[in-house]
Write a protein that binds this ligand. Sequence first.
Ligand code: DC
Length: 226
Amino acid sequence: MNTNFVIAIDGYSSCGKSTLAKALAKNLNFIYVDSGSMYRAVTLYFLRNKVDIQDQQQVENALKDIHLNFNSRDYETHIILNNEEVSAEIRQMPVSKNVSAVSAIKQVRHEMVKQQQRMGKSKNIVMDGRDIGTAVFKNAQLKLFMTADPKIRAERRYKELIEKGEDITLHEIFENIANRDYQDTTRTESPLVRAGDAVILDNTNLTPEQQLNFALDKVNALRKQA
Ligand code: DC
């Protein structure tokens, strides 16, 4: 049997989805795709080009000018927006503050989902995001839904950004995470919701290694059944 194996990881912001997804991809030699980075790159383009997100025509025209690619030289996300690597800039606050509004736009979602589905066709892939198990790969062999205490999530992200030299407060990060949780779960288009067949992984008290082992056990059990 040579059907490809798809692992869909969804969950709240700053839950460690990408840490787990990268570790899984590395361990299993799968392709890793960070779908959030695509929404972030679109947001960066909209901000730079002052696209009015209320104006459907402007949004559609902008989407035609946006070409996204991944450089997969390692298991980190290297996202290329129209020939420019923007991996660092998309993690900064201006993008984080606007990405939920941009990712709520129907045309943006349709375009991203189409591209994501193309990437997962006939390849073993781990993709993380908000709608991977519910919209992008409804038939994924393994679906994980990640969650963790919001305070712990904010502290983890704060540490990460401070290490990168960002000038930011813990409060700002907590607010941003709470805001994005709210917007992501209440939007009309593909809101963040657990797929009925997704396994919940609350990692508030779990180390990255424990999370990896949890997920690998699931993969191994599924592969034995196949
Ligand atoms: O995973 P992240 O925090 O980098 O994602 C940034 C934003 O993109 C997040 O607030 C919601 C949106 N997103 C989405 O709507 N659907 C996805 N599949 C991935 C991300």
